[in-house]
Design a protein around this ligand. Sequence first.
Ligand code: AMP
Length: 493
Amino acid sequence: MASTASGVDYVSRFLEAAAANPRETAVKAGREEFSYADFELLVRRYASAFDQAGAKRVLIALAPGVDVYAAILGSGLAGCTHTPLNLASPPEKAARIADLLKPEVVVGGDRARELAESCAARHLDPQQLPPEPFEGSGRTTDLAYILFTSGTTGLPKGVMIPRAALNHYVDWLGRDLACRPGDRVAQHPSIAFDISMTDIFGALCYGATLVPLMSEGDRFLPARFIAREKITVWNSTPSVVSLIMQAGEAEERFLKSVRLFNFCGEPLLKDHLDAIFAAVPETLVHNTYGPTEATISVTNMKLRAGSYDDKVRGSVTIGPPIDGMELHLVGGSNPDEGEIVITGPQLAEGYLGDPAKTAERFRPVEVGGKELRGYFTGDWAERHDRLIYFRERLDFQVKIRGHRIETDEIAAAIRGCGWPMVVVFPDRGNEALAAVVEQADGKAFDDSELRRSLQSKLESYAVPQRIRLIDRLPRNENDKVDRRATIDWFNSQ
Ligand code: AMP
């Protein structure tokens, strides 16, 4: 199974890395360290368990640690499709996912046992793996994983990612994350958020050490974790930088080991870059962009200290597409604005059991006289000097008294007044706008003064009538700012 038309298989990459670096540490979880040789054995025992159970789909309900990574790679080795579950997700959501997925095996502790019972699957207890390893280079399968994202209707949508799409992405990881033995890659995002795969495969397919954050304390003070574990590659949403800044820990003594910060999932702001480069001027920052439906990320803007001022328009440019992928701007009033439509080998097969939703978002797009299969992202963007800038989700465009307003434009103006983290939304039944700003570095907040400053930057109808201060904006399971929870908080005040 060494290679396919779409590139080298990710499991083959892992097996090669393990064979080349048997004594290097594959996973350091808390105080425990697992060499590549030991870790490969665990992967093979998981594969053996899945094989013996005749599994095609495996639901993985494990906390961060060596078992979860071994189960993910073991399912790939045995030719299964895996689905990672966030253990923090509410029981009804987890049950709904199990019901939609219909896995043959659910791996994990008590929670997994209950889920297995609810969907008539077999429960696999990590303490009871078969001793004999799965032999050989493994089997392949059409789908690498099915990842559930929250749908707008509140029902989780299962995004089906082909193995060839994941292989394409893991190939890119080899080129741009370029981890090698000696690299220490933090594992911060929940495994049910696809950007966790950047850490997992970026490290384990290339001989580096994966270092999960094991405690709430580390998650709350990530800069201390980075310093203690001498992390060389950090990957997360930019929200984590805001957290580090709030803790007053964006400092060289905490961050000096990091050679690369890879961001994805949310707009990266100039304030984030200023804070990182002030602390560690030699480091490299990636701003990557992508939806789950296009396998994690499909663009990359590489940023260095002193060379980014012209790459910020509200937020930092998302940069050019990675090799093999293309971004098209569709439906704008000129060719340099529109909805981002993605084409290329990383597109998902669609949504599990939902052909109508699949047909709505995955549609043909005309490119240079040819029709290609596109994924319509719902993200509005602009192109300036050949660089693409994410503006806003299309569903955030609002009309206030007849004026079309992109709330991001107002957010950018508020950021310009020294409040980097802000959510803007319609208020009073679309009669006006409101905003919530996050406390910034102990700064005094005066809403009428802020509104006065905005008068000079925005049309009067675009100045939020009500602005409130919050200590910390609500974040969702994936550490992204949670817009809906912010609005609920505002309305409850
Ligand atoms: P998810 O499927 O949860 O990864 O969310 C994908 C969405 O996150 C995209 O459609 C964008 O709206 C947003 N997103 C991802 N990366 C970026 C980025 N670098 N800048 C701005 N927004 C982003």
